[in-house]
Design a protein around this ligand. Structure first.
Ligand code: UDP
Length: 194
């Protein structure tokens, strides 16, 4: 149940099944996960940048975000079931984290954006424990930020460092963590911050 487009292998699943059959059980058993919601920009970037491609390919799950990916799959006569937009997946994970009282860490975006994001999350998801947050303007080869995040023992780490930095940061540092769902969320903090 996968479809490969330009060397990127997508899981062919509905968002609901992805959440309930894959991500929630993995969170429940504290199994580490790296999720990429890949849009055409990510696929094209992977095509031109081998290091980035390796980072994306190291994910546990790549799901299709964008009509262009679904169209490409349809042309291959291997249709994908549906789009799984990163922003929607993030909101579903926040809701689940709120239901389960999980610890969430927010990495990325500008200082004022991340601060507003935290305020919004605290208001809308009061049962989430904010494990911490940090702006997204630092050297991704610096391990100290990852070590600090690890010390906060997060269940979910949302990474909004843009492309290609977010997948590269996760690929480089998630091996330091004993658990955690890691996901690149692009401009989602800017949307939440409003
Ligand atoms: N961002 C960041 N550090 C960077 C570059 C971008 O934290 O070095 C943040 C940016 O502030 C925004 C998010 O990453 O909140 C997505 O940025 P952008 O829309 O430029 O990225 P893309 O569309 O390429 O994913």
């Amino acid at each position: 149940n996968t479809v490969t487009i330009m060397d990127i292998t997508f899981l062919n699943v509905t968002k609901k099944d992805f959440l309930y059959d894959e991500l929630f059980p993995r969170l429940n058993r504290q199994q580490k996960s790296f999720v990429v919601t890949a849009n055409p920009e990510i696929v094209m970037k992977a095509r031109e940048d081998h290091g980035y491609k390796q980072a994306v390919q190291s994910a546990d799950y790549i799901v299709p975000d964008g009509a262009g990916i679904l169209l490409a799959a349809k042309y291959k006569k291997e249709p994908l079931q549906e789009r799984i937009p990163g922003y929607e997946l993030m909101l579903d994970l926040l809701k689940h984290a709120n239901d389960e009282g999980l610890r969430c860490y927010f990495l990325g975006a500008k200082d004022n954006v991340i601060n507003k994001t935290i305020v919004e999350v605290e208001q809308q998801y009061p049962n989430i424990t904010i494990a911490g947050s940090h702006h997204g303007f630092f050297d991704i080869h610096d391990s100290s930020i990852a070590e600090n995040i690890k010390a906060q023992n997060p269940d979910i780490v949302f990474v909004a460092l843009g492309l290609p930095r977010q997948e590269e940061w996760i690929a480089k540092h998630s091996n330091k963590f004993p658990k955690g769902l890691f996901m690149g969320v692009g401009g989602s903090f800017d949307v939440i911050a409003g």
